[in-house]
Design a protein around this ligand. Structure first.
Ligand code: PAF
Length: 288
């Protein structure tokens, strides 16, 4: 399925009409269409999604759009890194056939008043700490799905709850799209790659490691026989507090429903959101 790799940076398409034309042609050519939605500030995590799409699809669309609708009023929308030229250079030779980088005005036209509200798995964690976040995510993802009409769409496991929210939406709205959730990519020392890591000072970067370390600790505790969720959470809290992180949540939950687990006698997802200075980071691991 793999197409020839270009080594010069791909051109960003801004116009939805041009995007539609390119996709219509790919479809006429009988190609499977893959979509990798991103907000730019790309790193190897995003590129691994493009790589997965390249392996499985005949035509790969990467999108770059910093979606204002998924940021709260006190969040980092205005300072979120916008690095289009560097993103396009990173994408060179990585397998995207098209990069769609629309202007805000072509995604949200005046009078926009339609939103997608996913319930259930969207209500806890990020849904609680970032009210409106998943409404923004689901609305833009559905719009991107409508623009691209992909056969397959690729999301990172680091945003675990987001991947469940998207899967819920796809199922509930009968969208004929396969959602693929790809493994988290980490630095050698364990820090999960995130566009927001670039906000961290050297000291914050060092302290942020407590997040992946405490997920590893949870895994080790389970491997050594601890089953009580409260005990595990207390140990994780201790590790994060020792690194001077402000914890939004630590959760041990059932992987599909996100219901809390009291006794870890089954596969469980451990998830954390914590602030290192002003930077809020999330991470998760399947344990048990
Ligand atoms: O994960 C992200 O980067 C964003 O939430 C997404 C899926 C591109 C929607 O804006």
């Amino acid at each position: 399925m793999s197409a020839p790799r270009a080594s010069s940076p791909p051109r960003a398409i801004e116009s939805p009409a041009e995007l539609r034309q390119r996709i219509a042609q790919a479809r006429r050519d009988g190609k499977v269409i893959g979509l990798v939605p991103t907000m730019g500030a790309l790193h190897e995590g995003h590129l691994s999604l493009v790589g997965a799409a390249r392996r499985e699809c005949g035509f790969v669309v990467a999108t770059i759009f910093v979606n204002p609708m998924q940021f709260g009023p006190d969040e980092d929308f205005t300072r979120y890194p916008r690095t289009l030229d560097a993103d396009l250079r990173l994408l060179a030779g990585r397998g995207a056939d098209v990069v769609f980088a629309p202007a805000t005005e072509s995604m949200f036209r005046p009078g926009h008043a339609t939103y997608v509200d996913v319930g259930g798995v969207a209500n806890c964690w990020e849904g609680q700490y970032r009210p409106g976040h998943f409404r923004g995510v689901a609305t833009i993802v559905l719009k991107l799905f409508n623009f691209v009409q992909p056969d397959r769409a690729y999301f990172g496991r680091k945003d675990y709850q987001q991947s469940l929210v998207v899967r819920r939406m796809v199922e509930d709205l009968d969208l004929p799209i396969h959602v693929e959730v790809c493994p988290t990519v980490r630095e050698a020392d364990g820090l999960a790659l995130s566009s927001r890591n670039r906000y961290l000072s050297a000291d914050e970067r060092r302290r942020a490691l407590a997040i992946s370390k405490s997920l590893r600790l949870a895994k080790q505790l389970v491997e050594r026989g601890t089953r009580d969720a409260a005990t595990i959470i207390t140990r994780m809290q201790g590790m994060l507090a020792a690194a001077d992180l402000n914890i939004d949540y630590i959760a041990l939950v059932e992987p599909e429903s996100l219901d809390s687990v009291a006794v870890l006698d089954r596969p469980t997802v451990a998830a954390i959101a914590a602030r290192v200075g002003k930077t809020r980071l999330i991470d998760n691991e399947l344990i048990g």
